[in-house]
Design a protein around this ligand. Structure first.
Ligand code: GDP
Ligand code: MG
Length: 163
């Protein structure tokens, strides 16, 4: 199973990726000949290897930047089983544009709202149950810098998609 982490720049995708994969990361240039590196690595879960892909940060799926082009081409040309949108808890609205585009492409099984440590410090209250109802999928409130709930991300897919 191949799972891709997608989101705006600086939402914590790479930190989540590093925490889940540890070492043993492969970097591939995709599309070939571009300067955009897309890292992928293995996560072992219940004796299955899940391939996790750390996409470069993008604001939309229809732009023409190198990052947007490479992510779009990857999604079109490589097989990805599950796309996991990662949002910044302090900036939910700004992150929704990409989320809607991803949802057009593939309904997310789970959305990660990361950096809840910072939104909590800033006094931002997020009704996660309501957000989950609105989006029609599971929402994981995570703080990757503390390792909080990062381990819940992969098991969701086994529950919803099977190994
Ligand atoms: N406070 C806080 N910082 C985080 C969290 N997750 C990531 N960061 C930090 O935010 C910055 C951007 O993270 P990164 O993983 O590179 O984001 P990416 O651009 O989405 O891959 C880094 O300095 C991380 O250490 C989090 O949950 N809380
Ligand atoms: Mg990154």
């Amino acid at each position: 199973m191949k799972v891709g982490l997608i989101g705006n720049p600086n939402v914590g995708k790479s930190l989540i990726f590093t925490q889940l994969t540890g070492i043993g990361v492969e970097i591939s240039n995709f599309p070939p000949g571009t300067t955009i590196d897309i890292e992928s690595g293995g996560v072992c879960y219940q004796r299955e290897i899940v391939e996790l892909v750390d996409f470069p940060g993008i604001y939309s799926l229809d732009g023409i930047s190198d990052e947007e082009t490479s992510v779009r081409r990857y999604l079109q040309e490589e097989h990805i089983d599950v796309i996991v949108p990662v949002l910044n808890a302090s900036n939910l609205e700004r992150n929704l544009y990409l989320l809607l585009q991803v949802a057009e492409y593939q309904l997310p099984g789970v959305v990660v709202v990361n950096m809840v440590d910072e939104s909590e410090k800033a006094g931002i209250e997020i009704d996660f149950a309501r957000l989950s109802d609105m989006l029609g999928c599971k929402v994981i409130a995570a703080a990757a810098s503390e390792g909080r709930n990062v381990g819940d991300i992969i098991p969701v897919h086994f529950l919803t998609h099977g190994p």
